[in-house]
Design a binder for this molecule. Structure first.
Ligand SMILES: C[S@@+](CC[C@H](N)C(=O)[O-])C[C@H]1O[C@@H](n2cnc3c(N)ncnc32)[C@H](O)[C@@H]1O
Length: 249
C-alpha cells in the first residue's frame, strides 16, 4: 500500500515537472490598472486578489473547470493533505498559475507591486535561489516590496545545540523526502539571506516580524511563525519609497 502510494506520488511529480517544462517560457500579463500582488511557491496558502504561482499539480488543476477539482482531489493524492471542501473552494476561488519557478518568474519587468514567498526559497539550490531572487528584482516595480519567509537556519542551529538533533534534521532537511518539489535544497539565516539580497541589488533589507510588514494580507499568508525567518526588501527607485514598518531589533 505504501509502495503504491509512493509510486503514485512519483508519477504525479513527474507529470507535474513535464507540464512545467512545456510552459517554461510562459509570461502572465499582469493588470496595469491594479495593485499587482504575487505569491511564489504558494502551495494552498493563498489570499484573495493575489496571483498565486506554484509548480504543484494542484495549481495546474485549478486552471481546469471546477467539476474536475473533486476528481483530481481523489486521484492525485490531495485527499491525504486537505479536506475536500477546502481544496475545491481554494482552487475555485483563487487565481493560480502553474509554473516551475526554477525557470524564472513568469511576469514582465517592473510589473508587480508586491512579491511574497513563504517556505519556498529553500526548495531551490543556492544558485537557483539566487537566480529566483534576481528575477524578483526584475519583476518588481521601483519601490516594490519582496517578503521572503524561510525556515531559519539560526533557529535550527539552536535546536541542534540544545540536543534536539533528530527533530532539527527532520524539520529542516526533510531527510526522508523523495527527490521533487518537497525536498529542501538550501538553508538561510538572516545574515546569509540579507547579504544575498543586497548583492543582487535590493535596498532596505530588514528582518520582519511574523504577520507584520509592508506587504498586504500577512495575517492570512504568514505561517509557522515560531521558526520562520522573515525578511523584507525593496527594489530601488529614483524617488523615496513609503514604509510602514520599523526594523526588528
Ligand atoms: C512547503 S510548501 C510552502 C507552501 C506555502 N507557501 C506555505 O507557506 O505554506 C513549498 C511549495 O513550493 C512549491 N515548489 C517547490 N519547488 C518549486 C518550483 N521549482 N517551482 C514552483 N513551485 C515549487 C511546492 O509545490 C510547494 O507548494
Amino acid at each position: 500500500m505504501v509502495r503504491g502510494a509512493s509510486v503514485a506520488r512519483v508519477a504525479v511529480e513527474k507529470i507535474t515537472q513535464l507540464i512545467g517544462r512545456l510552459h517554461a517560457k510562459q509570461r502572465i500579463a499582469a493588470p496595469v490598472d491594479k495593485v499587482v500582488k504575487v505569491n511564489l511557491g504558494c502551495g494552498m496558502s493563498v489570499a484573495p486578489g493575489w496571483i498565486n504561482i506554484d509548480g504543484s499539480l494542484n495549481a495546474w488543476v485549478s486552471t481546469k473547470p471546477a467539476w474536475f477539482h473533486p476528481l483530481a482531489y481523489r486521484l492525485a493524492g490531495a485527499k491525504n493533505f486537505y479536506p475536500e471542501t477546502f481544496y475545491c473552494e481554494t482552487l475555485r476561488d483563487n487565481e493560480f498559475v502553474h509554473h516551475n519557478l526554477a525557470y524564472g518568474v513568469p511576469l514582465n519587468d517592473k510589473s508587480a507591486d508586491f512579491i511574497y514567498s513563504s517556505h519556498f526559497l529553500e526548495h531551490l539550490d543556492r544558485e537557483s535561489g539566487r537566480r529566483l531572487l534576481k528575477e524578483c528584482l526584475r519583476v518588481l516595480k521601483p519601490c516594490g516590496v519582496l517578503r521572503i519567509g524561510v525556515p531559519d537556519l539560526g533557529y535550527a542551529w539552536e535546536m541542534y545545540q540544545s540536543g534536539d538533533k533528530e527533530h532539527m534534521l527532520h524539520d529542516y532537511f526533510f531527510v526522508e523526502a523523495e527527490a521533487g518539489y518537497s525536498q529542501h535544497r538550501y538553508a538561510y539565516d538572516y545574515e546569509m539571506l540579507s547579504k544575498t539580497l543586497i548583492d543582487i541589488g535590493f535596498i532596505t533589507v530588514q528582518r520582519a516580524r511574523f504577520q507584520q510588514g509592508d506587504i498586504p494580507d500577512l495575517e492570512i499568508l504568514d505561517n509557522r511563525g515560531e521558526y520562520t525567518l522573515f525578511v523584507e526588501a525593496r527594489r530601488p527607485s529614483d524617488a523615496p519609497c513609503e514604509s510602514q514598518e520599523t526594523e526588528v531589533s
